[in-house]
Write a protein that binds this ligand. Structure first.
Ligand SMILES: Nc1ncnc2c1ncn2[C@@H]1O[C@H](COP(=O)(O)OP(=O)(O)OP(=O)(O)O)[C@@H](O)[C@H]1O
Ligand SMILES: [Mg+2]
Length: 225
């Protein structure tokens, strides 16, 4: 079963009188439970593509069907509902809410799901990423790698069907990076979560079942291991 189906997806930005094509007629399908890496040079469109796949933004043309739901036909509220139900997202720049503590940031998706055990579950997730003793810290009181780990705990919170991770280990030392890598792949093994990683780390990419190479907004290669 296809969990994500991308057809003729393009994204253009207008910059003054010039049209900038950031994604150019992208096509691929991802099967439920698959693990995949998207690699390519800086500026090639990886983050843009991930955002469109996850319903954070919409394309200029083409379609994105996530878990049977056609995102391009939805308004922002409907897409937000799908995101909270099915999607986990680890951002390249964390995107933690600055006025909430680490614990409260992780609680957000749980509270949206009206889970009564939100606080306890969020604490467990923080412990899992090694931050049990940083629960009451605000993002500015955390190091870059710690913020990244809070954002990972938040992405795990709603037990997503598909996890999108943009450079999940980019800001971490080797040891912490390996710990996070293990958590992400365990999620795939234990819960069957589909993984879509964007990374410059070719060793990490090689651990997935499939690598999509993107350049200038176009897929160059789509290689199954
Ligand atoms: N809102 C925007 N308006 C105009 N251009 C944009 C916008 N967002 C992104 N771009 C352009 O789209 C291109 C692709 O950006 P994107 O962030 O997807 O690259 P990337 O592959 O993730 O790069 P990196 O490896 O550096 O993270 C870049 O050239 C960028 O300047
Ligand atoms: Mg990027």
């Amino acid at each position: 079963m296809s969990i994500l189906s991308i057809k003729n997806l393009s994204k253009t930005y207008q910059s003054g009188s010039r049209k900038l094509t950031v994604l150019d007629e992208v096509n691929f399908d991802i099967q439920a439970g698959e693990t995949l890496a998207i690699v390519g040079p800086s500026g090639s469109g990886k983050t843009t593509l991930l955002g469109l796949c996850a319903g954070l933004d919409s394309g200029s043309t083409g379609s994105v069907v996530l878990n049977g739901q056609a995102l391009e036909k939805m308004n922002e509220d409907q897409r937000a509902f799908v995101r909270n139900k099915d999607v986990g997202f680890i951002f390249q720049n964390f995107q933690l809410l600055p006025t909430l503590t680490a614990l409260e940031n992780v609680m957000v998706p749980l509270e949206l799901k009206k889970r009564k055990d939100a606080r306890q579950k969020a604490q467990e997730l923080l412990e899992k990423v090694g931050l049990g003793d940083r629960a009451t810290h605000y993002p500015t009181q955390l190091s870059g790698g710690e913020q990244q780990r809070v954002s990972i705990a938040r992405a795990f919170a709603n037990e997503p069907k598909i996890l999108f991770a943009d450079e999940p280990t980019g800001n971490l030392d080797t040891e912490t990076g390996e710990m996070i890598e293990k958590l992400i792949f365990d999620l795939n093994k234990e819960q069957g979560t589909t993984l879509v990683l964007v990374t410059h780390d070719l060793e990490l990419a090689a651990k997935t079942q499939r690598i999509i190479h993107i350049k200038g907004g176009k897929i160059q290669e789509d290689v199954h291991a």
